[in-house]
Design a protein around this ligand. Structure first.
Ligand SMILES: Cc1ncc(COP(=O)(O)O)c(C=O)c1O
Length: 369
């Protein structure tokens, strides 16, 4: 049996009629960019995040970029972030002319290690971007405390992989100054193309984000800011609003699969995803660490047995060619480099059948036997 890492067709097939109804309605109104469908999505997103405002944007990457622009991050500034993440988190920093300052991760959570942040802060630090990687919230209490101790450095949460993840009662994205969501098709809330959003409790920041997404426009004829075209399509917003109604159920399905895997792998020489009391993990990925230098052999075994898998991320960002100018060498961030050598993500998505889950478990156990 082939088990896919991910198959969005199953989810979309169940909702096809609802999608068609939304599509027909949009054909009638011909309001394809922003408009009522986007406003409805924004309201629903803000409410879920416990945030006062949500601003729909063209992608998660553009959400991060727009957030940096809204906070006036510019050339000469530094922004602290993790090297163990998708490239977008850091390349947006360079795109506004600022410098990414990497801080190594915590070995258990794969998220930025708060204990190392203070040493990376300089008078030029203009923002911190923690990433809630794989669906697990970063240690926001510690990060907020450090930001506060250094003059309230703004925090941009990269919540691209973690919609609805929580720290206690607080939903990620609404804990720092602004949170960035992605609706790229592999995310827990998946568009039919690219889409993203920012959430924030800061009304002035929300206004600025709204302005920046339409070239910095305010009112009918004024352009006080240099912005861009970061608008979300109404079609994506309409589809996402349909899907949002099912997100709780889908997240629970992910959590159930994760629990099954973690129980089944308890005696294998792997480290299952970290669990912290009071923290809600939404398992965008189920990522294990394979001990004893056996990761690559396991990858081959999974390929042989047709179990979908992927290494997120095979190379940390400080070693990417595009960041060579930062002068980071091999060994600069040992935990990120070790994670890149030791992790692999296994199939997890709400429609993964019990038989497919059994197959993943069986193939994993077979390898370690
Ligand atoms: C951690 C992280 N940040 C940012 C992004 C960028 O989102 P998008 O692909 O919607 O631009 C992604 C997803 O691709 C991501 O996983």
């Amino acid at each position: 049996m082939t088990v896919p890492l991910f198959d969005l067709r199953r989810q979309n097939a169940e909702l096809a009629d609802a999608f068609r109804a939304q599509f027909d309605q949009l054909l009638d109104t011909a309001q394809f960019v922003l408009g009522p469908a986007v406003e409805a999505l924004e309201q629903a997103l803000a409410q879920r995040a416990g945030a006062a405002h949500a601003v729909g944007l063209s992608s998660g990457t553009d959400a991060l970029l727009t957030a940096l622009m809204a906070l006036n991050v510019r050339p000469g500034d530094e922004v602290v972030t993790t090297p163990f993440t998708w490239i977008s988190t850091a390349n947006v920093i360079s795109r506004v002319g600022a410098t990414p300052v990497f801080v190594d991760i915590d070995a258990d959570t794969y998220n930025i290690d708060p204990a190392r942040i203070a040493a990376a802060i300089t008078p030029r630090t203009r923002a911190i971007i923690p990433v809630h990687l794989f669906g697990l919230p970063a240690d926001m209490d510690a990060i907020m405390r450090i930001a506060g101790e250094h003059g309230d450095i703004p925090i941009i949460e990269d919540a691209a992989q973690s919609i609805d993840a929580c720290v206690g009662e607080r939903v990620v994205g609404s804990i720092g100054n602004v949170g960035c969501l992605s609706f790229y098709p592999t995310k827990n809330l998946a568009a039919m193309g690219d889409a993203g959003a920012c959430v924030t409790n800061d009304a002035a920041l929300a206004d600025k984000l709204r302005s920046l997404r339409v070239h910095g426009q305010v009112g009918a004829r004024d352009f006080p800011h240099i912005g861009g075209n970061f608008r979300i399509d109404a079609l994506q917003a309409a589809m996402l609003s349909v899907k949002l109604l099912f997100l709780d159920q889908w997240t629970q399905a992910r959590q159930t699969i994760a629990r099954r895997y973690s129980e089944a792998f308890a005696n294998l020489p792997v480290v299952c995803p970290h669990k912290t009391d009071g923290v809600r993990h939404v398992y965008n990925q189920y990522t294990i660490r394979v001990l004893d230098d056996r990761r690559d052999a396991l990858l081959n075994h999974l390929t042989d047995r047709k179990i979908g898998h992927r290494v997120y991320y095979p190379a940390p960002l400080h070693l990417q060619t595009c960041f060579a100018g930062l002068g980071c060498e091999d060994g600069s961030f040992p935990e990120s480099e070790r994670a890149a050598r030791e992790v692999v993500s296994l199939p997890i998505f709400p429609e993964l059948t019990p038989q497919e889950q059994n197959q993943v478990i069986e193939v994993m156990c077979e390898f370690f036997r």
